[in-house]
Design a protein around this ligand. Structure first.
Ligand SMILES: C[S@@+](CC[C@H](N)C(=O)[O-])C[C@H]1O[C@@H](n2cnc3c(N)ncnc32)[C@H](O)[C@@H]1O
Length: 160
């Protein structure tokens, strides 16, 4: 599920593209995200395999310029993704600043749904590069026990 704030260039928006392929549902009602784990770069808790019981994943598609202020307006079941590097053309090589499709794909891998991650990334010509660039950390995060272990693994990558 993706909450869409309509702040992006529709030609470049990865969330809208996923919706065109019927791979996500778009909503303009934040309340519809409540049953799901919402990926937020501002959450203090990291996503981990401990979250596997969740009903599903959600992201909030808005401009990075307004993201902090948009997330601050709501109280949801939020989780941050650990250190991963973007492969999308807008933020290529930047850590943590993932496009919506990269964030959902990373979350799916961490929750043990790698084939779903490959499916959503397959709609983007750079999509496979995201999994290649982050193959090692993603497989370690997916094997972690809980959020604290994900953060410990992340810190090892960040100190390298
Ligand atoms: C700010 S929007 C930008 C969307 C971009 N315009 C696009 O077309 O993909 C990206 C969304 O992906 C998720 N996301 C990105 N990086 C993340 C991170 N490091 N941790 C958690 N969620 C993240 C969040 O839901 C965030 O709001």
């Amino acid at each position: 599920m993706i909450y869409h704030a309509n702040q992006c260039d529709p030609r470049k928006c990865s969330g809208k593209k996923l919706a065109r392929f019927n791979l996500v549902r778009l909503t303009h009602h934040i309340s519809q995200l409540r049953p799901y784990i919402v990926l937020s770069p501002f959450s203090e808790k990291a996503l981990s395999p401990e979250d596997k019981g969740a009903r599903g994943l959600a992201a909030l598609d808005c401009s990075w310029a307004h993201a902090e202020e948009v997330f601050a307006r709501f109280r949801l079941q939020e989780r941050a993704l650990p250190f991963l590097v973007a492969a999308n053309p807008v933020n290529w090589g930047k850590p943590f600043k993932l496009s919506t499709v990269e964030a959902l794909a990373a979350g799916l891998v961490i929750l043990g749904e790698k084939s779903q991650a490959e499916l959503i990334l397959s709609k983007f010509n750079w999509g496979h590069v995201f999994l290649e660039l982050n193959r090692e950390p993603l497989s370690e995060y997916a094997a972690a026990r809980d959020s604290a272990e994900v953060v410990r693994i992340q810190n090892e990558y960040m100190s390298e």
